[in-house]
Design a protein. Sequence first.
Length: 235
Amino acid sequence: MTPVRSGSTIENNPQNQIAISQVFPYKYICVEGNIGAGKTSFCQLIKTEYNCKLILEQFADNPFLPLFYNDPQRYAFTVELFFMTERYKQLQNELTQDLFYDFTIADYTFVKTLLFARQNLKDDEYRMFQKMFNVLSQNFPNPDILVYLHRDVDMLQGNIKKRGRQYEATISDDYLTNVQNSYFEYLRNILQFPVLIIDINNLDFLHNPKQYQTVKDLLKKEYRPGVHRVSLLNL
């Protein structure tokens, strides 16, 4: 899949959208994106407005992450195995029917585990890891919609620097590009549920309410299964 291009919009294509609702027509929303794309910030903003269950990845609890960024070859399998087991435990606990919430929104999907592992592990390690992933992933439902927030690598690097996590300081442009390509390769093959790729390259929805509203309104539309792309470069 090629990156989202300026002017690539679905707004006027009736084949891509079915209806518009004042409330999200989805019970389980997953928001994905590269490192520094703004996944968590967007989900937290949604939580402030709606009666929803918020699932945030607990990446800071991984004690091997700083070690991995300093020595990827040595700690790759350890860090990915820890991430997979922790994500599994969290989603097992959180993805239960809860009558107190209108919907669930998460800032990751379990398949993220496999996408990052493919980038970081050696071939023999990845084959072993994939077998474990395939067993564990059978326990989780597909999201009702997967939203991918896309930013160019230079914008990602700017966001990474702004949040100032020391262990992320060594993340290279090549690594972010490879992660992005892995996501695109995965997303383009999804036919079971809707995938909404939103190009938000220059948006600052955390500090610009109008931009946040525009992104949020896209989730009020009901989409057919498969990939849909929207460019918001001109906001």
